[in-house]
Write a protein that binds this ligand. Structure first.
Ligand code: PGA
Length: 250
């Protein structure tokens, strides 16, 4: 059976003290027996503290980005090795906000994927179509190209370190969610696309998360779909009660 995962992407929210408090709240209320993997992604400045705070707990910590180089003259950037060195083993790559506001291309993402894998970081790889793509009926084509051009260069064995997150851009932070049927249809398409390139055992074992305005009141219905293996949560991950209600919905 595929692993169920709920990951909270805190984006550029929560200072050090606030991150500490939110983590504490999550740790104190989390059902430690749940089989679902629970991941939180604070901003870079808080990674070390949150990684220490969650050590030996059920909660795992992810970074929101990395720079593709090992080190060097890249002012303001953070490498995979630096992320590893503060006790973090997961990184989110390709988020639509990185693609839209920071010019991240598929080509650049292949390099970031390589840097993560070389440094033994697990990847939550995000992709998804824009509203104009869906309106013009190109959403399957766009998603297939994002996969082919961004991550299909890796070897089959590397997929054990990859989680996919399908996030239609029109549903992120907008309150507009893909219907459970739309999510299932796309997740099924994604799995078939992986199957064609890598075969059934890879396709059946990769967890595919849905992201985009998942809330406590719509999570259960979306997660009930057979190819939806959990969620990547933005806004609703900033309150422990909402986040944990979504974890419980899996
Ligand atoms: P949202 O964000 O839940 O606030 O829509 C999801 C994401 O960007 O990962």
């Amino acid at each position: 059976m595929r692993t169920k995962i709920v990951a909270g992407n805190w984006k550029m929210n929560k200072n050090l003290q606030e991150s500490h408090n939110l983590t504490l709240d999550i740790l104190s209320k989390l059902n430690a027996n749940s089989a679902t993997r629970v991941i939180i992604a604070p901003t870079f400045t808080n990674l070390h503290a949150v990684a220490n705070q969650t050590k030996n707990t059920k909660v795992e910590v992810a970074a929101q980005n990395l720079h593709q180089a090992d080190n060097g003259a890249f002012t303001g950037e953070i490498s995979a090795d630096m992320i590893k060195s503060v006790g973090v083993n997961i990184v989110i790559l390709g988020h639509s906000e990185r693609r839209a506001y920071f010019g991240e291309t598929d080509e650049l993402l292949t390099q970031k994927v390589n840097a993560a894998l070389t440094n033994d970081l697990e990847i939550i790889f995000c992709f998804g179509e824009e509203l104009k793509d869906r309106k013009s009926g190109k959403h399957f084509e766009v998603v297939e190209n994002q996969l082919k051009n961004g991550i299909f260069h890796i070897e089959a064995a590397a997929w054990k370190s990859v989680v996919l997150a399908y996030e239609p851009v029109w549903a992120i932070g907008t309150g507009e969610t893909a219907s459970p049927e739309q999510a299932q249809e796309m997740h099924d398409f994604i799995r078939k696309t992986i199957n064609r390139k890598y075969g059934k055992s890879v396709a059946d074992s990769v967890s595919i998360l849905y992201g985009g305005s998942v809330k406590p009141d719509n999570a259960k219905e979306i997660f009930s779909k057979p190819d939806v293996d959990g969620g990547l949560i933005g806004g609703a991950s900033l309150k422990a009660d909402d986040f944990l209600a979504i974890v419980d919905a899996v």
